[in-house]
Design a protein around this ligand. Structure first.
Ligand SMILES: Cc1cc2nc3c(=O)[nH]c(=O)nc-3n(C[C@H](O)[C@H](O)[C@H](O)COP(=O)(O)OP(=O)(O)OC[C@H]3O[C@@H](n4cnc5c(N)ncnc54)[C@H](O)[C@@H]3O)c2cc1C
Length: 385
């Protein structure tokens, strides 16, 4: 059992760890587009990235509600969990669908941080959100698979040892259903980089260490397959609720950072001989962002509680992610406006966090796709695609 007091203690220790990584640390990495390795090491050593790995495999065995609190506090402190959030949840596919041998081989090392599972290769340049149209193909040849194709937006591939890869093993037109014939592989990238696997960084508007990866006759052992061949799409879907809840928690943390920053500035900044925060035109957008954040936080909490109870939380996890991403973006925009010109100055960190916060209405799933899921799967409206 993790009590409310335990969660408060976790929040407090995450806050203390994050104090060691102030704005100038993030500004420098952002300016140079370098990986915040020291921060990731500190989180790993404190055991936070192993929060969801059961104790029998060397993890902390925490519930989702505690993992969500960790991610929220990281963002609330002005840090950026995007550098390593995947280490927390990508292992879920191995935990739920891997063989006993795969779990024993990988999970203890992932829990210890000696093995990094930070890369998740789903998106492809031509299929976009339509995942079942992905083209990367893994062909079985004896005791190996030969992989050909390309992924895009494979974040942290340069800073990961393993990649969870989604590839077709049966061509789409030969599969019984479009969701069949897709398989999941746990690829040891250390063995194939430069030998069938090429990683090319993509520069983006924020510091995200994302890449495109190319598979050119990449040979991987047959035991890289996770679970049953052809069932991978279902395995990936089953891990998405955890990802949605954790990303939503990050968005709540971002929103709280923007609100704190705006409140402090609005009290301090004097124009026309009074604090700008005395004007309702400045107060109301802050209050509105606060209300949106608190409402979204309730949905995140509800989704995490359902997840921990083992109940289906697909609708709540999706709503939490959508509402939290919208609240953080509302707060980001408000924070820039409250700061006036200083909202654009690097040294205030607002512009950096503004750029970082924008991502979550697009990735890991865009708002439109969440709305379509709610409309069609929850409300029973006709399918649009
Ligand atoms: C910085 C960054 C990091 C990422 N990291 C990873 C990662 O580590 N691993 C990974 O696999 N992927 C990753 N992604 C990819 C991300 O998940 C996708 O960008 C996202 O799912 C959207 O897919 P897309 O870019 O192909 O957009 P598209 O599918 O091309 O969609 C473009 C726009 O059209 C809208 N749209 C498309 N179809 C419909 C429809 N039927 N109805 C209504 N609207 C629709 C979408 O909502 C979107 O706004 C990352 C992306 C970014 C930018």
């Amino acid at each position: 059992m993790t009590s409310a007091a335990d969660i408060e203690a976790i929040r407090d220790s995450v806050r203390r760890l994050c104090n060691g990584f102030p704005g100038e640390y993030w500004r420098k990495h952002d300016r140079d587009r370098t990986y915040p390795a020291e921060f990731v090491t500190a989180l790993t050593e404190a055991g936070y990235l192993a929060a969801l790995i059961p104790e029998e495999f060397g993890g902390a065995g925490m519930p989702m509600i505690a993992a969500a609190a960790i991610m929220e506090e990281i963002q609330h402190a002005g840090c950026n969990g995007a550098a390593c959030h995947a280490q927390m949840y990508t292992m879920g596919t191995v935990l739920r669908h891997g063989s006993p041998a795969q779990k024993q081989k990988y999970l203890p090392e992932i829990a210890a941080g000696t093995l990094r599972l930070q890369a998740f290769g789903v998106s492809e340049p031509t299929s976009g959100t339509d995942t079942t149209s992905l083209k990367t193909f893994a062909k079985k040849e004896g005791d190996h698979y030969i992989v050909n194709g390309q992924k895009i937006w494979t974040s942290r591939a340069e800073y990961s040892d393993l990649m969870l890869l989604l590839a077709r093993t049966t061509p789409r037109d030969q599969a019984a259903k479009k969701t069949e014939g897709i398989s999941v592989f746990l690829v040891d990238m250390r063995k194939v980089v430069g030998n069938g696997l090429t990683i090319r960084p993509i520069r983006t508007m924020m510091n995200h260490s994302t890449t495109e990866v190319f598979f050119d006759d990449m040979k991987i052992p047959a035991d890289s397959l996770v679970g049953e061949e052809g069932k991978g799409f279902r395995y990936i879907l089953s891990g998405m609720n955890a990802e949605r809840i954790l990303i939503a928690s990050e968005c709540i943390g971002d929103a709280r950072w923007f609100i704190d920053k705006a409140v402090a500035y609005a009290k301090d900044r004097k124009v026309f001989n009074r604090p700008i925060g005395q004007n309702q035109g400045v107060q109301f957008p802050i209050a509105k962002a606060y209300a949106a954040t608190e409402a979204a936080a309730l949905m995140v909490r509800r989704a995490a509680e359902l997840y921990d109870s083992g109940a289906d939380c697909g609708a709540e996890a999706n709503m939490a992610k959508m509402l939290a991403a919208e609240a953080s973006w509302m707060a980001a925009d408000m924070c820039v406006q409250t700061h006036g010109g200083f909202g654009f100055a690097e040294e205030f960190d607002v512009e950096r966090k503004f750029r970082e916060a924008r991502l979550y209405q697009v990735a890991p799933i865009s708002t439109n796709l969440i709305l379509s899921y709610l409309a069609e799967h929850v409300l029973g409206l006709p399918r649009s695609y």
